[in-house]
Design a protein around this ligand. Structure first.
Ligand code: PLP
Length: 436
């Protein structure tokens, strides 16, 4: 059992000046309690008590190249010594935009911001401006940031979620105004027949469909065959925009994002996390005919948009990811596959009902008797979250850090040795969880 005494001490201290001791509510629920970290390099994190962990949290996704990647740090250091923020343009912005246009199918024009949440707002504003309509269709279990008008139905308790075919829009926080619900429609994910029915009734009033192209904020649930293509067809038929929120999937499922991997091109897409090797930046990209509205009558602003540090990091990270025709993705896919196969066979050996779902670079692990998760309610109703939480802590105690909600990310810095080590630790952790 490692000592977490220094983390505990710092958390107590933090609580005097920071609510819950954390600066993002997402971190408050971490089991056994929110830890403090001292440094990180490659796929290894070290906490303030000197415990090291093989890291599958990766800063909630951004550290796709691993922590403290030298090429990213060098690029940032070189660039920031020439200035940080000009309230004006600089060439790195164009470099990053050109890379996005080269790599992402729907990207003809780009805008940058600092966080994913902001760019979601820009996407919705643009879709509403383009169509002259207000309603946006979204799906249960998808997360699109913490802002007032989108923190809806991410983790609604099933007894408050309403009937499956007509789910109830539910606020995610005290302080949100209930009227934001009037601007959205809500359905379960992966059920094209329900979307078709809704469009038949109200399609001409819908501005956009907003969707994670693989549901990564609940499970790691791929789109059902034909689902994304069906959304594309309905948007075209009824004059709505298809907006994919690729803030997790972008540069994680591949160089062309989920849209490239699944072969369905949206009108708009947002990218953030894996875009800039751990530095804060986000992008909205899309069709020229729509994005041009930012040059006309749609406002998108921000003091720190396209700042030198973010753009230098993004340019360097994208160059690494693109190198040798995406060699790092082949490495990550191989390691992720070995890890998933190993987890599945250990689960079988321990006779535990563990489901692993998703892709090698982003997969989800749950205790469930279901053969697959298809939508939010499968996770909410049929997965044993308490048992997973115990597994999470059993792994942490032995030197493997994973997210509490079951998603595991792989980075280019993980090694075959670390995967083997992880599987040994997983074996021991399952023994503990099985005996509980
Ligand atoms: C799909 C999706 N959209 C939006 C966001 C919000 O991004 P940020 O946390 O950078 O504001 C997230 C964050 O996890 C996300 O997963």
């Amino acid at each position: 059992m490692p000592s977490w005494a220094e983390s505990q001490r710092l958390l107590e201290r933090a609580r005097h000046t920071i609510p819950a001791g954390v600066t993002s509510n997402v971190r408050a629920g971490e089991r056994p309690f929110p830890l403090f970290f001292a440094h990180a390099a490659g796929a290894t994190l070290t906490d303030v008590d000197g415990n090291s962990y093989i890291d599958y949290v990766l800063g909630q996704g951004p550290m796709i190249l691993g922590h403290s990647h030298p090429a990213v740090l060098d690029a940032v250091e070189r660039a920031m010594r020439r200035g940080q923020l000009f309230a004006g343009q600089h060439e790195l912005e164009i470099e990053v935009a050109e890379a996005l246009v080269r790599l992402v199918p729907c990207a003809e024009l780009c805008r940058f911001g600092v966080s994913g949440s902001e760019l979601v707002q820009a996407a919705m504003r643009l879709a509403r401006a383009v169509t002259g309509r207000t309603l946006i269709l979204r799906f249960e279990g998808h997360y699109h940031g913490w802002f007032d008008n989108v923190l809806l139905n991410v983790a609604t308790p099933p007894d408050q979620a309403g009937p499956r075919e007509q789910p109830r829009l539910a606020l995610g926080s005290a302080g949100q105004t209930a009227s934001v619900c009037e601007d959205f429609l809500l359905l379960p994910w992966n059920d094209l027949a329900l979307v078709e029915q809704l469009f038949a009734e109200r399609g001409h009033t819908i501005a956009a469909i907003m969707t994670e192209p693989m549901m990564c904020n609940t499970g790691a649930i791929p789109p059902a065959p034909g689902f994304l293509a069906g959304l594309r067809r309905l948007c075209d038929q009824y004059g709505a925009l298809l907006y994919m929120d690729e803030i997790i999937t972008g540069f994680r499922l591949g160089l062309s994002g989920a849209q490239g991997r699944f072969g369905v091109t949206p009108d708009l897409a947002t990218f953030a996390k894996a875009l800039a090797g751990g530095f804060a930046t986000a992008a909205l990209v899309g069709r020229r005919k729509y994005m041009e509205r930012f040059a006309q009558d749609v406002n998108h602003s921000g003091t720190f948009n396209g700042n030198v540090i973010s753009m230098a990091a993004a340019a360097a990270a994208l160059a690494e990811l693109e190198r040798d025709d995406g060699a790092l993705y082949r490495h990550m896919e191989q390691l992720g596959t070995t890890l998933i196969d190993g987890i599945r066979s250990l689960a079988q050996r321990h006779d535990l009902p563990i489901l692993v779902q998703g892709f090698p670079t982003a997969f989800h692990l749950s205790f469930t008797e279901l053969a697959a998760l298809h939508e939010y309610r499968d996770y909410a109703l049929h997965c044993d979250k308490e048992r997973y939480a115990r597994l999470k802590v059993a792994l942490l105690k032995r030197g493997v850090r994973v997210l509490d909600r079951g998603v595991w990310y792989i980075s280019a810095a993980h090694t075959a040795d670390q995967i083997a080590q992880t599987l040994d630790i997983f074996d021991a952790a399952l023994l503990e969880v099985r005996e509980l």
